[in-house]
Design a protein around this ligand. Structure first.
Ligand code: C2G
Length: 127
């Protein structure tokens, strides 16, 4: 079974998030998503509209997602990859190159972002 992991805030869920998760699941069999906690979002300078518990419930309801874990810090990825026996780390190419150090532990793929949509754009356009 090919196990995949990705991480993100996934606030105000939109097609860009879904496209990423769909393509990640198409490459493997079991997709784990690390959803950023509220505290970690502050460290990422991200101010999510939905609190972690809401974002967790929403991401867990996505048919491509098999398991959701909390993302509490920048340094947990290696431990997660080992703990969950991950074959492939996937993330959008806005992060291109940032996680190449994980290649010692699993394959790393940067998928093209979906243009024209983001949580911050939604907040700006509608709130
Ligand atoms: N994404 C995308 N297209 C968009 C918006 C987001 O493909 N239009 C992807 C991002 O590249 C990321 C995932 O959807 O792979 C989640 O995006 P965010 O919630 O913005 O997550 P981010 O803040 O990038 O957090 O340790 C990694 C970080 O937690 C990633």
């Amino acid at each position: 079974m090919k196990k995949i992991i990705t991480y993100g805030t996934f606030d105000l869920l939109h097609p860009g998030h879904i496209n990423l998760l769909r393509r990640a699941k198409e490459i493997g069999d079991f997709l784990i998503v690390g959803v950023s906690t509220d505290d970690f979002n502050h460290k990422k300078n991200k101010d999510a509209y939905h609190p972690f518990d809401s974002r967790k419930v929403i991401v867990e309801a996505i048919k491509y997602v098999d398991k959701v874990i909390p993302e509490t810090n920048w340094n947990q990825k290696v431990d997660d990859i080992i703990k969950y026996d991950i074959d492939l780390f996937v993330i959008g190419d806005d992060w291109k190159g940032k996680f190449n150090f994980l290649e010692r532990y699993c394959d790393v793929i940067y998928l093209p972002r979906t243009d024209g949509i983001s949580s911050s754009k939604i907040k700006k356009d509608r709130f």
